[in-house]
Design a protein around this ligand. Structure first.
Ligand code: ZN
Ligand code: ZN
Length: 84
């Protein structure tokens, strides 16, 4: 199993280890969302979408993972992913 490359599906910006996302308006925890697969370590909320810190676009968290062999998991549309 190869490691996926992680970058913004819109602008190809790559998050670095020191980048932080905020759990708002929930608990306000700041953490690197790619270390936890989008799960807030403070309140355990699973963020299905992740905002790019470079271009500001919000994409599905799964869409940030790009597998070199092209075996990207299919995106499953759920009702709570259709917000915004
Ligand atoms: Zn939280
Ligand atoms: Zn971007």
């Amino acid at each position: 199993m190869k490691e996926p490359e992680i970058y913004c599906p819109k602008c190809k910006w790559r998050p670095r280890a020191e980048d932080r996302w905020s759990c708002v308006p929930s608990c306000g925890t700041e953490w690197n969302t790619f270390w936890t697969g989008g799960v807030c370590p403070g309140c355990k909320h699973r963020w299905l979408k992740t905002q790019c810190l470079a271009c500001g676009e919000i994409s599905l968290h799964k869409a940030w993972y790009h597998y070199p062999d092209g075996s990207e998991p299919r995106t499953v549309q759920k009702s709570d992913e259709l917000v915004a």
